[in-house]
Ligand binder design. Structure first.
Ligand SMILES: Cc1cc2nc3c(=O)[nH]c(=O)nc-3n(C[C@H](O)[C@H](O)[C@H](O)COP(=O)(O)OP(=O)(O)OC[C@H]3O[C@@H](n4cnc5c(N)ncnc54)[C@H](O)[C@@H]3O)c2cc1C
Length: 447
């Protein structure tokens, strides 16, 4: 027999924690099953003994994120909120043999030296490119080449896409950037949309004094014993009166279930519910391997002023002086205060992704060597790091291939109302999108 109103949330990342938080607030009898030793999933912060604060996963969040803003307030964390330094607006890109600062305002793209004069001229034609209205499943490469030409795609979009999605423009579909598709549909032009957004409110990024792990720790704390860690769910199956959720140590029946696990786990658990073909659709969503290497240096040992958020690299622009493979480097201690002890700096180098899966799979000493050589090539080093932390995300970020949403809709349509899905593979890969999917899943099962 199921306990009346009992809801299981499978997965304790930000999406599952948000679902559980909202369910608990509304009086539901909720239990979170988390496979790992701690709740939080990809949000995880490490404070080293020598005073560095390293993020293993997300480093910063964009402003005006309704679900996260609400969670921060509900967990009493409003005073712990910190904004990025004004300098963090500046971003660098390694492109055409140089580290170049990107324009901070949209019109600057028409004068940036990251593009040839010919490519900049082509940009002027963007507002006049006829919108495509047949709803075709274009890749990001096809969409952007059509609107802005090939060169900005290689020099700017490619680094951006590997930095945010660990992906490749020729493989990701427009579902990865739904606002871009909407911009074309509503304004007929990306530039018109960018111009109107530039007039919007503040764009400072934010985090918390103890890093983003503080957020998931706080949400988990409000749930207390309702969060079961080291509890990998092996079976989800229909039973009279509810849904059986089984781990190695427990076997309970719940009235409703929120699946807040990665798509490939949801695919396995939903096999008996949606059938083999639809569950295979979920299991087939690719997740490339990303390694994040955090490094601490004495400030005097880094030549570059680190006056920005960080730098990204273009896949067609190999680093100079044999620099190791890197998708980009976050200047972590320039973005937020107190991320490094006095006279030191903290950098995080991202390696791998869909562009270069093999590089992320190297052993730790090689990854550290690669990360240091990328820093040397891009920023200039005078000494070795004083500390390092390697984090591997063997299946880091879901890749929204063309047709992603259409395929997901078929799975969602096959679910009974008491089963809901949440996670970064549904409506966007950001922390906010994952949290919002958790809130929507809670709504669905409460209805
Ligand atoms: C290196 C990196 C940097 C990033 N940087 C940013 C950034 O700066 N800004 C931003 O907005 N986003 C960023 N992201 C993306 C963002 O962090 C994620 O999309 C988001 O945190 C995902 O949350 P989630 O709850 O969907 O998934 P997860 O955090 O993956 O949570 C899923 C949970 O399910 C658990 N689980 C799996 N199987 C089972 C099972 N069978 N039973 C029980 N539990 C199970 C897992 O252990 C995990 O805890 C980054 C991602 C990575 C990898």
């Amino acid at each position: 027999m199921s306990r009346r109103g009992a809801v299981a949330v499978i997965g304790g990342g930000i999406s599952g924690l948000t679902a559980a938080h909202d369910l608990a607030q509304r009086g539901a009898d909720v239990t979170v099953f988390e496979a790992g030793p701690r709740a939080g999933g990809i949000l995880s912060t490490v404070r080293t003994d020598d005073g560095f604060v390293f993020e293993r996963g997300p480093n910063s969040l964009r402003p005006n994120q309704p679900t996260l803003d609400r969670l921060v307030a509900a967990c009493g964390l409003s005073d712990a909120r910190i904004e990025s330094a004004p300098a963090a607006k500046k971003r660098y890109v390694w492109s055409r043999g140089k580290l170049r600062a990107l324009p901070t305002k949209p019109p600057g793209i028409l004068t940036t030296k990251a593009l040839s004069p010919r490519a900049r001229l082509r940009l002027l034609a963007e507002p006049f490119v006829r919108p495509r209205r047949d709803g075709a499943d274009e890749t990001l490469l096809e969409f952007f080449e059509r609107r802005i030409g090939a060169e900005p795609v290689a020099a700017l979009l490619d680094p951006f896409v590997s930095g945010i999605y660990a992906g490749r423009p020729d493989r990701l579909g427009l579902d990865a950037m739904p606002t871009i598709r909407d911009a074309e549909a509503t304004n007929g032009s990306l530039f018109k949309t960018l111009r109107s957004r530039a007039r919007g409110p503040s764009t400072a990024l934010w985090s918390l004094t103890d890093g983003l792990g503080q957020l998931t720790d706080a949400v988990a704390a409000t749930l207390g014993e309702r969060v079961k860690t080291d509890a990998t769910v092996k079976t989800l199956a229909k039973r009279p009166g509810g849904w059986l959720v089984e781990t190695e140590r427990s076997s309970d029946v719940f009235e409703a279930v929120v699946l807040a696990v990665p798509a490939y786990v949801a695919g396995e658990l939903l096999g008996s519910v949606v059938g083999r073909e639809l569950s295979a659709t979920l299991s087939a969503i690719p997740y490339p391997h990303v390694a994040s290497v955090s490094l601490g240096f004495a400030a005097r040992d880094v030549v570059h002023p680190l006056d920005g958020f960080g730098c990204l690299t273009a896949s067609d622009s190999p680093l100079p002086r044999g620099g190791g493979p890197a998708l980009g480097i976050i200047f972590a201690s320039s973005v937020f205060v107190d991320r490094a002890p006095d006279d030191h700096v903290a950098l995080t180098v991202m390696i791998g992704g869909d562009r270069d899966r093999a590089s992320a799979e190297r052993d730790d000493p090689t990854l550290i060597r690669d990360a240091v050589s990328a820093c040397d090539a891009l920023l200039g080093l005078r000494g070795e790091p004083v500390t390092h932390l390697v984090t591997r995300w063997p299946r880091a970020i879901p890749q929204y291939r063309p047709g992603h949403k259409r395929r997901l809709q078929q799975v969602i349509a096959a679910l009974p109302p008491e089963l809901a899905l949440a996670g970064n593979w549904l409506n966007g890969v950001s922390v906010e999108a994952a949290a919002a999917s958790g809130a929507a899943a809670a709504e669905r099962v409460l209805r």
